[in-house]
Design a protein around this ligand. Structure first.
Ligand SMILES: [Zn+2]
Length: 296
């Protein structure tokens, strides 16, 4: 563990609270804060909060995929799949190989979470290989995903015990707790048959919510409990297409930071720019890489 500033959310972009995320930059952090707080007493108080703590790092990997890391563990949500069509981002094969083989930066990531069965979120073969490499690993997914896996993969019996159907209830492991709530998939005329789940991930006192391909409507959220304050909301971009949809997301989750995902690689810059105006700490998931560090 390294010493870091405690009790602060670090937002890496477009951020009024911006401070450096690395403890080695503590002096720089205090220097930056000094432009906000003029009193040396305040600076001293902030310096005194330095202690041994840990942080959560979130990386965007493609489409709605994120890699969430904490000390001693990690999970992938909708982040292990390959090419589906020109409108969908996906992790490149070198990154997929590292995920599968438990290599650099994925060596403690043993949880694979999948919101629904569509192949821009899920791949049977890759999911099975992820579990085979990790005897203690878990796949947390709707029954529909697990049924598909059982049908597609000959080796399913060997990994069956590693699979956790989301309708079984919350999942708890070492530092993490997950809850799952069904929320209907967008574009019901076509996708009425798809089981889509909202994932609420709690690590220490921090909360991350991933919506999967949720429909942006009050009706779809009827069974969703509101959460007082979400540290990071990962949602599909269509929640940015109307005031009502944005209000819905904010009223349920009051997110400190939003990561907008499911953006097509073919999307134009004007549309991206108009989305950026809508929420002060919006991050657009376009380029794979580090999104945010959340400290606790
Ligand atoms: Zn979908």
């Amino acid at each position: 563990m390294r010493p870091v500033l405690s009790g602060m959310i670090l937002i890496m972009k477009d951020n009024e609270y911006y401070i450096e995320s690395k403890s080695e930059n503590l002096i720089g952090s205090i220097h930056k804060l000094s432009s906000t707080f003029s009193s040396p007493v305040v600076l001293l108080a902030i310096a005194c909060t330095v202690q041994s703590q840990t942080s959560i790092d979130v990386y965007y990997v493609g489409n709605m995929g994120v890699h969430i890391k904490w000390e001693g563990g990690g999970c992938l949500i909708d982040g292990l799949h390959d090419y589906y069509g020109p409108e969908y981002q996906y992790p490149d094969s070198a990154v997929v190989n590292r995920m599968l083989n438990r290599e650099v930066s994925f060596d403690e990531t043993d949880l694979l979470v999948i919101t629904h069965v569509h192949h821009d979120h899920f791949d049977s073969d890759l999911s099975a290989r992820f579990l085979q490499k990790r005897p203690g690993g878990r796949l947390l997914a709707p029954s529909q995903v697990l049924d598909t896996l059982a049908r597609d993969v000959d080796s399913y019996e060997g990994i069956r015990n590693q699979c956790w159907p989301m309708n079984k209830g919350p999942y708890r492991a070492d530092k993490v707790k997950m809850e799952f709530t069904p929320v209907r998939h967008t574009f019901q005329q076509r996708h009425y048959w798809v089981e889509n789940y909202l994932v609420e991930l709690k690590i220490a006192d921090r909360t991350i919510v991933h919506l999967g391909d949720a429909e942006a409507s009050k009706e779809a959220f009827a069974g969703v409990k509101s959460i007082e304050s979400v540290d990071l909301l990962i949602m599909p971009f269509w929640f940015l297409l109307s005031e009502d949809a944005i209000d819905l997301a904010v009223s349920y989750f009051n997110p400190k930071v939003i990561l907008a995902t499911h953006l097509s690689p073919l999307i134009d810059e004007d549309t991206l720019a108009s989305m950026k105006k809508l929420f002060p700490s919006l991050i657009l998931g376009r380029v794979p890489g580090h999104v945010i560090t959340i400290q606790y």
